[in-house]
Design a protein around this ligand. Structure first.
Ligand SMILES: *Cc1c(COP(=O)(O)O)cnc(C)c1O
Length: 394
């Protein structure tokens, strides 16, 4: 493939298709897949040089693999990061980030409004390493500042939150983290680099679950950590030693998916906005939570910080859980699954699934009502999707 190194003025959409892959001597046009666990050497001397790092090159796929490398390079370009380490899943990316950068005795401030398993990870695994965690409300900058301790090492968050779409001002938060010598890590899975670039806004680290929009077709698990070279070397050394590396096959799947990410995200946003506007006009719906609506309290901030509002729409039906369940059971196109970011639209009842682990009090504090329904809007024809929801709203 042509060398794009000197073409600085390429737009995001072009880079998403053209960056990151060096064809082999076969001059293949589509990226090849290197399904090999190890690499052989021409002679004992070369093996010695590779292992001593005197000569760059692949040794073993837990360390590096050309297909994984191509995915890492392309994603780094799109997120505006110096370097990337791909991981086996989004959770592996979060775990790896914490283990590589935070020591025993140190402290993390985390958003309460994060992905459920991230909270479980912090509460059950991370605490085993004598790392303490304080939780704050995502949007409230004063809470982040007040949670600071002498041993605070990391701010960890996800913006916008799922399912309600709360947003934090990344730029302002990064001023607090920089002043206090704290790393700011942003989970960017809900928007993908097409709609938000946390590093340009001041974050030190971006975490991705490529399982969601980056794959976009619900086929495989994958994750990534993106940052500057110094941080990524620490993270890569952790994955090499402990093993949550991305497989070449999954790397190839998500690498190909990046080609269409830009177009897909725009279509997700377009469909989601149309559905959110339609829902706002339905008498059976009490409230719609979508950042693209002017009625959303964080609409203005999202408009500045993001270049689109994403594909997650949630809303509260009148009549609570029975009405929500009736709707979920009546739709025919939407799949009943807690997954998101797929070309296929999905529907779920957060109070009994993604947020089912919370106590009643925690759920009320998190604003997850019994009548709340979450949609991940896919790429089907939007009129069909609206008719499908209409069928269930009786
Ligand atoms: C799904 C998800 C994760 C976890 O990713 P996996 O690839 O499933 O491990 C982390 N963060 C967010 C925001 C997610 O939606």
């Amino acid at each position: 493939m042509a060398n794009l190194k000197n073409m600085k003025d390429l737009s995001f959409g072009t880079k998403a298709i053209r960056e990151g892959y060096q064809a082999t001597n076969e001059q293949e046009h589509s990226e090849a897949i290197f399904l090999t666990s190890s690499f052989r050497f021409d002679c004992a001397e070369q093996a010695e040089k590779r292992f001593s790092k005197e000569e760059p090159g692949n040794i073993y796929s837990r360390f590096t693999n050309p297909t994984v490398d191509a995915f890492e390079k392309k994603l780094a370009t799109l997120e505006g990061a110096e370097k990337c380490v791909a991981t086996a899943s989004g959770m592996a990316a979060i775990f790896t980030t914490i283990m590589a950068l935070v020591k025993s005795g140190e402290h993390i401030v985390a958003s309460r409004n994060m992905f459920g398993t991230s909270i479980v990870l912090l509460n059950t695994i991370i605490t085993k390493f004598d790392i303490s965690v304080s939780y704050v409300d995502l949007s409230d900058l004063s809470q982040w500042e007040n949670a600071l301790q002498n041993n605070t090492k990391l701010f960890l968050l996800e913006t916008p939150s799922n399912p309600l779409g709360e947003v934090v001002d990344i730029k302002s938060l990064s001023k607090i983290s920089r002043t206090n010598n704290i790393l700011l890590a942003v989970d960017n899975a809900i928007l993908s680099p097409v709609l938000q670039k946390p590093i340009a806004l001041g974050a030190d680290i971006v975490i991705q679950s490529a399982t969601k929009y980056i794959d976009g077709q619900g086929r495989c698990l994958a994750g990534a950590v993106l940052s500057n070279t110094e941080i990524i070397e620490k993270v890569a050394s952790f994955t090499r030693t402990t093993g949550p590396s991305l497989s070449a096959f999954n790397a190839w799947v998500v690498l190909k998916s990046l080609d269409t990410l830009n177009l897909r995200m725009k279509a997700h946003c377009e469909n989601a906005l149309k559905i959110a506007i339609w829902l706002e006009n339905q008498s059976q719906v009490d409230k719609v939570h979508y950042l693209g609506l002017e009625s959303h309290p964080h609409h203005q901030l999202a408009k500045i910080q993001q270049s689109g509002f994403g594909g997650i729409v949630s809303f509260e039906v009148k009549g609570g859980k029975p009405t929500a369940f009736k709707l979920i059971n009546a739709v025919k196109i939407f799949s009943i699954t807690a997954n998101l970011g797929d070309t296929k639209s999905t529907i779920t009842h957060p109070a009994t699934t993604t947020h089912g682990r919370l106590t009643d009090e925690e759920r009320i504090n998190a604003n997850i009502s019994e009548g709340l329904v979450r949609l991940s809007i896919g790429l089907e024809d939007v009129d069909d999707l609206i008719r499908d929801i209409d069928r269930g709203l009786f």
